[in-house]
Design a protein around this ligand. Sequence first.
Ligand SMILES: Nc1nc2c(c(=O)[nH]1)N[C@H]1C(S)=C(S)[C@@H](COP(=O)(O)OP(=O)(O)OC[C@H]3O[C@@H](n4cnc5c(=O)[nH]c(N)nc54)[C@H](O)[C@@H]3O)O[C@H]1N2
Ligand SMILES: Nc1nc2c(c(=O)[nH]1)N[C@H]1C(S)=C(S)[C@@H](COP(=O)(O)OP(=O)(O)OC[C@H]3O[C@@H](n4cnc5c(=O)[nH]c(N)nc54)[C@H](O)[C@@H]3O)O[C@H]1N2
Ligand code: SF4
Ligand SMILES: [Mo]
Length: 771
Amino acid sequence: MNGSKDTSGSAAARPALPTPELDLGVIREFGPHRAYASDLRVDSGVEPDKLVKTHCCFCGQQCGMQLKVKDNTIVGIEPWYEFPFNRGMLCPKGVKRYLQQAHPDRLLSAYEKDPAAPSGFRRLAYEDGIRRVADAIERIQREHGRDAFALLSGASLTTEKTYLMGKFAHMCLRTANIDYNGRLCMVSAAAGNKKAFGVDRAANPWSDILGSEVIVVAGANVAECAPITTDYLWQAREHGAKIIVVDPRITPIARTCDLFLPVKPGRDAALFNGILQLMIENDWLDHDFIRQHTVGFDAVAELVREWTPRRTAEVTGIAEKTIRQAAEWWGTAKTSFLLHARGIEHHSHGVQNVLSTINIVLASGRIGRPGSGYATITGQANGQGGREHGQKCDQLPGGRDLGNPEHRAYVASVWGMSPDDLPRPGVDAYEIMRKAHAGEIRGLLSICFNPVVSLPDNNFVRAALEKLDFFVAIDFFMSETARYADIVLPGSLQEEDEGTVTQVEGRIVRIHKAVDCPGEARQDWRIIQDIAKALGRERGLTFESPREMFDELRIASKGGVCDYSGVTYERIEENFGVFWPCRSETPEGAPDPGPQGTVRLFEPGSWNPVAKGSGPFYFPDGKARFNPTPYVGPAEDVDDAYPVILTTGRVVSQFLSGNQTRRIGPLVDHCPEPRVEIHPRLAGQLGIAEGDWTQVESRRGSVTLRASVVKTIRPDTVFVPYHWGGRKSANQLTISAQDPISKIPEYKVCAVRVSKADAPPNHAMILEPQQ
Ligand SMILES: Nc1nc2c(c(=O)[nH]1)N[C@H]1C(S)=C(S)[C@@H](COP(=O)(O)OP(=O)(O)OC[C@H]3O[C@@H](n4cnc5c(=O)[nH]c(N)nc54)[C@H](O)[C@@H]3O)O[C@H]1N2
Ligand SMILES: Nc1nc2c(c(=O)[nH]1)N[C@H]1C(S)=C(S)[C@@H](COP(=O)(O)OP(=O)(O)OC[C@H]3O[C@@H](n4cnc5c(=O)[nH]c(N)nc54)[C@H](O)[C@@H]3O)O[C@H]1N2
Ligand code: SF4
Ligand SMILES: [Mo]
């Protein structure tokens, strides 16, 4: 489990690492024994000085809530009933998020690596930390070229910060190599949406779900991962909607659905091709819509011809009659909604999967209308805004392309620089790791990203980080990744700053500052600007506030696909959010979208900057694209040596790499450890009983965890949640195969073997819930 130390290259000069695999369940590895957050004297019974209306820091639902503040400390939360999306409802994570701010594990100063110190780090004055970072950037770029210093950023950051990160990379460091953790999350959906619609945003507001007759939920564990969406589904069901769930596991929403399709992981394109074939056969098509508003139907119809119900059933593992029933319900509905999430997207053919679902939506003609639509469920807090304004490796603000000369010229003019000085498109987040491993990238700054836990095949990722000449991490808690850093800088929690995020519907909402940063921690954007200043390259990076950044972003995004030019902080406030595109002026012939911006995309007669009135979709002819989606199997299929499919994902009480939620006592109590979900039939064959130690091994690594024997999973598949690091990390097993278009990793399928195992050493330390 120790990242294998390479002695052939530049790594030789780096000091020995602390022991990152020491994993005590709740993170306590940094410093001496620390208390649980729930041990603190902060609780929701304290009378607050003020209530601050803002949004949750965790998932892309971006529930409205009020933070209770006393003496510059967050002491609890109150519902915010008026915010229309969640109307006061919250999930367990949102209710407990307040326990992070005064947590004893907060990073209160800068740190530098010190192998002699018990924790592996020693404190450093903030200014000295900044100086060290600037010196390292300067030296690495001078000696190895500008692209040898890379940046990794995050979609939990506000849109203002993500804009700043793109500008910092492209204008200040002029490195091609910046990418973000949405690469692991939203990019298959984004690429699919751009290919089919020319734009990448939920087509409909969630209120449209309520009017749908048939709702397909594909690869989305909504009850655990998008809990508020479950409420919309249940309300729709009360109005008579039929719900169809496609998942290898009977998730909580599947338990209450009308039709469950237990797809074999990695086979979704085959399923949706099969459904389209039945729609064609039975003429459940909207011919007028297809003719008027789409191109490419014939090629797709030709391709799906081979997807007979029998063949579809064979490949997907779903009964033929269930497939027929799903096609009939979908095909004959008057109104419908299709939702998907990472279950169909985290694949080496994730974009094809997404496109196969879009094909059945376009064939039905049910999009861009009240009660009928399509959306991918965004993941991180700012999963939508974080993918729009220039922190992706090929992107400039406003959803513009770094490879497009006109786009380069426009953004360069806003930034006051020559387009020739903008770098070319760089590489994706995993490729950054490969280049670090190969010695091409020598320095890295990571903010709001914990790749040691979250990237696939993470033994390789650790080895790559060890090879860097210099690594700096910006976080508010010491993460598994930050432990590899030479310098750690103390960043800010969401509630310590202001800004905007764009939630799942495409609604831009305001994050309000509730408290100041503790100790020497700084708002993230100040840290980035301090580095620019220490480099002597602060031109364009002297913002005094997030509002100033937002105002510049409005100009930089103007005329782009993601046009924020008409959005202001005030307008957001007045309307419970604004939906982009929201233009500052209404072009000739375009209907005025009104104070809330464009709530629903693709309405007949709508205007957009690409089609300019010729049709509702974002292509010059205004038409959507059908895309042929040939079925391709997973990169690594099962065989005799590794006969079981592993799929990975989430549990309700933990969030992503767990660096935040594994410190929140009540959430840890809810789910203290990852377990291997296994069907009783497979468990029986292997002699594994509930709670037994179980080894799951892939070609890349192995984990030993307790088994959870459940009837809710396909017998050919096991599931492990990925929120833990060290020896409990599911990503030791996963494969780094990526989709060729989106570069998303294939988290949802790899081949493993499973066996009953002995208890791992020190298991009492790592597995018993701690008091
Ligand atoms: N509690 C909690 N909520 C979260 C998060 C969290 O970490 N914890 N993270 C947020 C983020 S960033 C994201 S991206 C979202 C993720 O939200 P989801 O995508 O809903 O969550 P996952 O658990 O990754 O996967 C969803 C489902 O896909 C299924 N699945 C696996 N393989 C396949 C397949 O081949 N085909 C199909 N059809 N289904 C498959 C899994 O069984 C699982 O039920 O959640 C957000 N919300
Ligand atoms: N096996 C497997 N692996 C997966 C997935 C899966 O389904 N299966 N899902 C993938 C998906 S969808 C995602 S989104 C990724 C997520 O993977 P990561 O992005 O690596 O996960 P996070 O836990 O969000 O890491 C963010 C880090 O930044 C810190 N942070 C959070 N907010 C802020 C902030 O505002 N400022 C600063 N400075 N720091 C902040 C947190 O403390 C944490 O250490 O994981 C991916 N990995
Ligand atoms: S559903 Fe998402 S945004 Fe809402 S409270 Fe839960 S984690 Fe926060
Ligand atoms: Mo995600």
